[in-house]
Design a protein around this ligand. Structure first.
Ligand code: 13P
Length: 250
């Protein structure tokens, strides 16, 4: 029998928020999601990690950072290391979000170093993948996903891996992948992982991200190879995110 994967609903706040918003969102979330059958995680900006740790201490809600340094420590002004993140109680870290790939030219090589640092410190990396609109138009979706995924498919990395498929054209645009478009890419990702380790492929969660809202989440989350979502805009609206956290498969 297929192992049942617990859904993960994750909030990527990106560069948004304040201490006040962090408090309002997290205190509301902590109460409203008690007893939730989904796992819930939040990714606030670095300066709010301490406050997040404080508020979430007695809750099952996990949290993480949106990025990390490829270096261990030292003279890297402005960077934040994996050990600092574990020190702050982070459980997860996002790696290779399309905004990092696009605006900071993060290459697979750099992302591999980040992945390695995260794993060495016991952080659980969420590897983000996704094609742009022009890549999709040129029928390059599977090729792009494969090239972003392949370097990470080694035995060293598979065990604690989570994937987020976020088509770049669906991020912040209000344009969501159709269920068919999402499922076929998620199935492709799982198949690629299965070529390395079929039992782990059944356990690894593959989240969908890109304009997920309460009105489209249930259909997306119910797809066989979708195991939750990585939510941007809607995660900053308390009621919407709470609704998303409560969404279950049909
Ligand atoms: P939106 O939900 O705002 O489209 O953002 C998705 C995303 O990039 C999450 O990491």
């Amino acid at each position: 029998m297929m192992p049942k994967r617990k859904m993960l609903i994750a909030a990527n706040w990106k560069m948004n928020g304040s201490q006040n918003l962090t408090k309002t969102l997290l205190e509301g979330l902590a109460v409203a999601t008690q007893g939730s059958e989904n796992e819930i995680a939040v990714f606030p900006p670095y300066p709010y990690l301490a406050l997040t740790q404080d508020i979430l201490r007695a809750t099952p809600i996990r949290f993480g950072a949106q990025d990390l340094s490829a270096h261990d420590e030292g003279a890297y002004t402005g960077e934040v290391s994996a050990s600092m993140l574990t020190d702050m109680g982070c459980y997860y870290v996002l790696i290779g979000h399309s905004e990092r790939r696009a605006y900071h030219q993060e290459s697979n090589e750099l992302l591999l170093q980040k992945y390695q640092r995260a794993s060495q410190q016991g952080l659980n990396p969420i590897l983000c993948l996704g094609e742009t609109q022009s890549e999709r138009n040129a029928n390059l979706t599977f090729q792009v996903i494969n090239s972003q995924l392949l370097p990470f498919l080694t035995q060293d990395y598979l065990a604690n891996m989570t994937i987020a498929y976020e088509p770049v054209w669906a991020i912040g645009t209000g344009k969501t992948a159709t269920p068919d478009e999402a499922q076929v890419v998620h199935a492709f990702i799982r198949e690629k992982i299965a070529e390395k380790d079929s039992s782990l492929a059944n356990k690894i969660r593959i989240l969908y991200g890109g304009s997920v809202k309460p009105n489209n989440a249930r259909e997306l989350f119910s797809l066989p190879d979708v195991d939750g979502g990585l939510i941007g805009g809607a995660s900053l609206k308390k009621e919407e995110f709470i609704q998303l956290c409560r969404t279950t498969k049909i």
